[in-house]
Each structure stands twice: as C-alpha cells, then as structure tokens.
Design a protein around this ligand. Sequence first.
Ligand code: AMP
Length: 282
Amino acid sequence: MKIITTLAHLRSYLTTFDRPALVPTMGNLHDGHLSLVRRAKPLGDVLVTSIFVNRLQFLPHEDFDTYPRTFDADCAALQAAGCDVVFAPTEAELYPQPQSFKINPPAELTDLLEGHFRPGFFTGVCTVVMKLFACVQPRVAVFGQKDYQQLMVIRQMVQQFALPIDIIGGPTRRAADGLALSSRNNYLSAAERVEAVQLSQALQTMAGALKAGAVDVAALEQQAMAALSARGWQPDYLTLRRRADLQSPATVELATLLAQADLVLLGAAKLGQTRLIDNLEV
Ligand code: AMP
C-alpha cells in the first residue's frame, strides 16, 4: 500500500490506472469506513482512501481541533482491508491558497436536517469532495448511508455537474448493541456509551409505531424527541422524511410511501458534549 501526501505524486502514480475507486474519509477509521473500503475494492482497478480532516466543514464551535487523528492505526487497518493508496494531504497541499471558490449546494437540499443545524456544513463537504474528485479522478466513489443527507447531496452534485463518477452508498455498520459506528463515539464516557444506543432505539420505536398504523407523524416525532430529552439528551430532530427528497410526507401519501419503503427516519441528538446522528429506512 502506498501512502501519498502530495497531489503531484498522486497524479503521477494514478496515470497507469483506468478506473480508480475512492473512499473519502476524515480518518480515525472504524469498521464502518473499512466496510466502504471492502465495498469499493472490486469496483475499480486501484483503490484510493483519502484521509483529510476538512476544516471547511466544521463550524467555529465544533470539534475540528479535537477530532481524533490516528494516522498510523488507520494505515494499518487500510492495508489489512486491501486499500492500494492512502491519499493524506496536508491542509497546505489541498488548500494551498484560501479556498474562496466553493460548491454551494441548493437550499432545498441543505436548509433542512443537518444543513439546518450545521449551516455551511454541506458547502464544506461538497467543496472538499469536489476537490478530492479532481485530485483522484475516480470512476466510482463510495459513501456511507450513515450520513444519509450527505449521500443525497453528493449524488445530486455529481448528477448536476455531469461528473463521470458512480456514487455508491454503503450500509451503516453498527456496534453489537445497535449504535452506529462513528469517530465521535470516542468522545462518549462509559455511561454515555451505554446510553448512546437510545438514539437508534428511538428510530426503531418510531418505525414500529408506523408499521403498526400510526398516522399522526408530528405526534410521533414529538414523543420521540420528548423521550430522549427525558433521558438527558438534547435532540435536534427525530423525523420521518421521504427518501426521495428528505421532505416531510403528506398524510395522504403516508400509507403508499410506507408500503413502497420510500420513507426514512432520521435523528440527530447531543448526549453530553457529543452530537450523534443515525437513520433508518422504513
Ligand atoms: P467520516 O470519516 O466521518 O467523514 O466518514 C467517511 C465515510 O464513512 C462517509 O462516507 C461516512 O458516511 C462513512 N461512515 C461513517 N460511519 C459509518 C458507518 N457506521 N457505517 C458505514 N459508513 C460509515
């Protein structure tokens, strides 16, 4: 496995390949990331995993400085997973001058959910992903369904810019108790780690109620938020959305969308200082 830190080296190394596959990450790799690497491996003729903690997608009060950086362990795990190239540029390499050109995704995709609670987040994500696409020129890239809205935004970006890249979504990997794996789980205390599963449980409870015929979605969402709040969480949202556009379903279309499995439950909540997100297709 090659570890490459400069764009010039990456470009010269990749010239002999026709079909690079890319898995973009911010490092601190867990089995969720590695599952994407394994998914991507057979899809290209060389597999590149990028590791770059992207300052542009963090708000000023967020955890850019403390974000876990575990480069040596990441490389060992990537090698074992069959990765061919780790692209790990410095900030000066990826952003040699202030990145004043940015990709601004449209409001209808980003004024809601994560984009609402983290203004500018998707601009930072799209800008770095576009830049990584320019560096690696992949023919296929794999992203996690754990970041459900992000996957949708990137699919739209690729479609609207006619980029010749297949975007593949990989399923969310979970710990044995059901907690979605996340680098931010590292921030949880032992007690918080036990409690953290309640986010996915809350989504499961909502899914169960819907399948049992609940039709008052607003009440369902409020109950789920109240239940987490009562346990000491600070929920941002627990909500039922259409998979197609992440908008709220109308009551009249609920039964049809449910029958077609065209709905998704999405949740984001803070437990102590740690903000967790999860989702569940229904
Ligand atoms: P990150 O390093 O958090 O930027 O994530 C890099 C990629 O890994 C993104 O496409 C995420 O959606 C994906 N990812 C993160 N957690 C998981 C998980 N538990 N299962 C599958 N993919 C994940």
